[in-house]
Each structure stands twice: as structure tokens, then as C-alpha cells.
Design a binder for this molecule. Structure first.
Ligand code: THU
Length: 132
């Protein structure tokens, strides 16, 4: 784990406190590292219409993209659980879209797992599959 990974986990833990999760009560925090060196956090934001919920990973990625980051180097996700929490399928597709090469998962017991993009979503559908 790199020093940047540690910073990302710390930021993910910090913003996890802001999670809006009245339905699941499952608070998640995420943070991404932009090529500029800036770190962007995001939490999960639920909705009474459950499917409208935004996961922490997507909140963090969209936060970075909205700030003008064109390249995202890494993402961390943190939640409480018996093992590091893995990104859901929808978030894997978004992580693929922005080609984030390094994914770090952690729980509050500081257990950590690392994955590459290829490990996270093998055989992904991506821009190359769209024939114009
Ligand atoms: N959730 C995330 O924010 N990230 C994940 O990787 C898994 C799930 C959120 C969505 C929902 O608000 C709650 O956790 C329970 O599924």
C-alpha cells in the first residue's frame, strides 16, 4: 500500500461520516486521486426510490470529474464489515469508464485489499465495443 493509498483511505473514512443512508444504515465512503494530486471524497446518498441511490464510489468519481480532473489514478472505498467492501457492479462499470487502474478496499478494522482494473471487471464492456 502506497502513501497515497493511506491518504485515500483516510479521506474515504472522513467523508463516510456524511453518508446519507437512512434506509440501509450502511455508510460508505470513497476517495479518488486525480492526476493533479488532488483528492476527492464521496459518500453514498440514498433515496426513498431506492434505485436512485448513488454509491460512494460514483459520488467521489463524479466529484473529481466535475472539478476538471481528466485522469484518475486510484480509488479507495471504506465501509464497516467483516472484510474490505468491494465496489458494486454499477460502480465497477464507472471505474472502467474512467480507466482507474488501482482500486483499494478497506474496512474499519483497517483490513485492506488491492485490485487492478482488470481484476475488478474482467471482460468489461467499454468505449472500444461501440462501433460507429
Ligand atoms: N454502497 C456503496 O456506496 N458502495 C458500495 O461499494 C456498495 C454499496 C451503498 C449503496 C447503498 O446506499 C448501501 O451501500 C447499501 O447497499
Amino acid at each position: 500500500m502506497t502513501e497515497n493509498d493511506k491518504k485515500l483511505i483516510a479521506e474515504a473514512k472522513r467523508v463516510r461520516e456524511f453518508a446519507y443512508c437512512p434506509y440501509s444504515k450502511f455508510a460508505v465512503g470513497a476517495a479518488v486521486l486525480g492526476a493533479s494530486g488532488e483528492i476527492y471524497g464521496g459518500c453514498n446518498i440514498e433515496n426513498a426510490s431506492f434505485s436512485v441511490t448513488n454509491c460512494a464510489e460514483r459520488t467521489a468519481i463524479y466529484n473529481a470529474v466535475s472539478a476538471g480532473e481528466e485522469d484518475i489514478l486510484a480509488i479507495a472505498v471504506v465501509a464497516e464489515g467483516p472484510e474490505p467492501v468491494p465496489p458494486c457492479g454499477a460502480c465497477r462499470q464507472v471505474i472502467e469508464e474512467f480507466r482507474i487502474p488501482h482500486i483499494v478496499m478497506a474496512n474499519l478494522a483497517d483490513e485492506v485489499k488491492e485490485m487492478t482494473l482488470g481484476e475488478l471487471l474482467p471482460g468489461a464492456f467499454s468505449a472500444e465495443n461501440i462501433i460507429e
